[in-house]
Each structure stands twice: as structure tokens, then as C-alpha cells.
Design a protein around this ligand. Sequence first.
Ligand code: SAM
Ligand code: SF4
Length: 470
Amino acid sequence: MKPPRKLHIKSYGCQMNVYDAQRMVDTLEPEGFVETGNPEDADLVILNTCHIREKASEKVYSELGRLRALKEEAARRGRRMNIAVAGCVAQAEGSEIIHRAPVVAVVVGPQSYHHLPELLARAEKDGRALETEFPAEDKFAFLPPPKPDVIRARGVSSFVTIQEGCDKFCTFCVVPYTRGAEVSRPAGRIIDEVTRLAEHGVREVTLIGQNVNAYHGEGPDGRIWRLGTLLHRLAGIPGIVRLRYSTSHPRDLDETLIEAHRDVPAVMPFVHLPVQSGSDRLLAAMNRKHTADDYRRAIDRFRASCQDIAFSSDFIVGFPTETEEDFQATLALVTQIGYAGAYSFKYSPRPGTPAAELREMVSAEEMDERLARLQELIDSQQSAFNKAMIGKTVDVLFERSARNPGQIVGRTAYLQPAHVMASPAIVGRVLPTKIESLERYSLLGELAAPEHPAAVTEQASTPNETRMGA
Ligand code: SAM
Ligand code: SF4
């Protein structure tokens, strides 16, 4: 038997890349690859890239420089190291990578990971292999499922991609070009995947997609299912106690999703709903297809359905032509909504997008200054939201042992990390936890109830299923 080959994957960017990296490991495992955290040991290093902002793709080229040195060092020791580039930079700049970085053997776009074994074989034969087509077949139908021990090792919380690509064409965004048209996976396959994850210890699933609430997959009943229907069905899978979804678009909200927050206890009351700007003029220039008022109404619909719901968002500052007045409208919207947290980015022109043609740029100084003001406001809202937890007893899903000996870390419904001193036997369980203090972004507390299986508060799961190795 051949000795196992070692595989190291470094992922950049969004949650979809985290999930894709796991599926690449699953695809290469039957080829004799085992994962290593150390690129120096690896026989194959895959950079799973992100193209959403300029710095992200520049990071890839500087990482390739470092990997070239590792590859040369491996060669001096008589060992061969292959380097592959996957993800959205691979999709957008495939031939440029081949040209600019001769050290790369394989370039593979996000829709072709299931072809990795044959691309590696082709590179072995021809020196290099590139695949950035959007193949007609559904890659998910070809990716092998992870083994039970792999699922357990990945922990109690898992991502599952249910939708890929985007048809919205916001003028600043590369996603429609790198991930292709919007496609939903059939609901039956998602149900099977979540069932298998739950059977092997997963308790929380985050459904992911570039526009996850545009989901419209074929259901087992032959009808088209929307996200709300899918959430209802997944909540019935034994062992699943928490469901989340990300990222949603304000245009694609429908009543079944809003109602799922009211009717399905497993659906967590925390929604990431990016708005990008509070200025209607800029929202139109971004082709967001919604106004600031549409967004406020969307938030109101959620709040009417679920009182304890909280929100996060994405913002872009310095979109071409943004004035101080536009920016003030963004600050006003943030103040009005009150977020539990949010991501904010400086606008970065992406080649091939309509906004990259716009000439009226906001100066770098103005962008920095606006970003700092926006982040200060968001930080103050986030701190207030976190502080308000002190003294409350909240449900925490415990995920793993923390760095501090004896401490176990989990997450609240709002994804805040929460630490308690307890036995690792609580990993995989949802337990009421009294929050006592706040350390930066982490909550510190103690278990409010004795460590007993009956203390599982969200939807019941059997005690032996709730125990996971820490
Ligand atoms: N589909 C989601 C939506 O509609 O909001 C967002 C997906 S995108 C991968 C994540 C975030 O990256 C966006 O919400 C936006 O704030 C940011 N982003 C995308 N393109 C950008 C650009 N050219 N410059 C700066 N930020 C950008
Ligand atoms: Fe990009 Fe807009 Fe699609 Fe979101 S909705 S992925 S920002 S094009």
C-alpha cells in the first residue's frame, strides 16, 4: 500500500470557501490524501482563493511566492510538492496565474472541484492543468460524502451549501462572474446531507449561498421549495438543534422565511442582511434593486415575527461618487436599525464589473476616514449588544475545549462566543448559561443548570448523540 500523501488547504474569504475546502478534502481522501495543518509537510498545497476585494487576490500572489520557496526546499530534500490554486481568483484569473506563477501545477474554478483527481493526474502527465469552465453537471452530485470520523473531527457546527452563484449583478461585485448563475441544490440532497451530519454529531447547520434566500430547489414532493420550507423540514431531523442561513438579500425575502423565525425554534434569531449603503442614490448606482426604506421594512417584518431577533450587515464605503450626504444616510440607517455587529469594507474596483468603469472615485483619505467613523458606530452598537447579555441566562451550544485549561467555549443564538468552566462532556449540548462578564467580544459565564442531559433546551436530541470528543 502506498504511504498517504499529505494535503494542506489554505482558504481565504467567505464561508462558502470553508465548506468548499472540506469538500475538496473529501474528494481527495479516496486518492490517498490526508489533511495536514502544516504546508511544509504537504505533498499538495491548495490555495482556495477569494476575489471579492483587491487585497484578497494580491495575497494569493504573495502566498505563492512563499510556497515557491517551500517547494524548492522540498525538492532539495528529494520530495515533490504540488501547488494548486482553487476558488474565485482561479476562476477569474486562471490563465494569468498560469502565466504569472509557473510554480502552480493546477488551476481549478469553484464549479470543478469534483474534477481535482483527474486534474492532478493531467498535471502529472502534462506538467500543468487548468479548468475554469462552468460544467453542465452539478458538482455536488459527484463530491463524495465525508466519513463519520471526519464529520466528528470537524465539530458540532457545520456549513452546508444549498445555493451557489448570483443573478443580481450588483455593479461592484465579481460573484456573478466567478461563481456563475444562481443554482439551487435539490432539497432531497440537502436533507440527506444534513441527516448524515446529524447522525455523526453535528448539532448546528448553517445553510450557505451567495444569495441563500433566493433558494428555490426542487423538493421531494416535486414542487419548488423556498428557504422557509427547507428550514421547516431540516428542523425535524433528529439531533439538529440550531439552524442558520447566510447570506441573504433584502430583495428575496418571502413570508415563509419570516414565518420560520416565528414558528421554528431551531431557526436562530440572528440574520445577516447586507444593505451596503443607506443612500438611495448609491443603492441605485450599485444596482441593489432595493431602497433604504425597503430595507427598513424588511427589518420591521422580521421584528414583527420574532421579537428577540438581531441583525448584522455588510457596508461598502467610498463607492464611486459617494458624497458626505450619502455617507450620512448610511450612518443614519445604522443608527436607526441598531446592529449586533456588521462588516464594513472600503470599495475596491473589480476588473470586469460595471462600477470599475466609473471615474469619480472617492479619495483614499476620505474612504479611510468614513470607514473609521462607520466602524466606530458599529463597534459601539456591538459593545452595547454584548453588554446587554450580562446578568442574563442564555442558551449556549458548546462547541469545543477553549485554550484556557478547563474552559469550554460555545456560541449564543447571536454567535457570540461564550466561555464556561465545565467538563468536555457538555460539547454538543445546548445549555442555559448565566452570563457574568464580557472580555472584548467574548462572554464569560457559568452553567445555570447542572450538567445533565435534560438541560438540553432547544429541540431534544438523544444524550448519547450530544456527547462529542472535545
Ligand atoms: N450576496 C451578498 C449580498 O448581496 O450582500 C454579499 C456577498 S459578497 C461575497 C460579501 C460582501 O463583500 C458584500 O456584501 C459587500 O459588502 C462586499 N463587497 C463585494 N464586492 C466588493 C467590492 N468591490 N468592494 C468592497 N466590498 C465588496
Ligand atoms: Fe454580489 Fe450583489 Fe450577488 Fe451579493 S447580490 S453576490 S453583492 S452581485
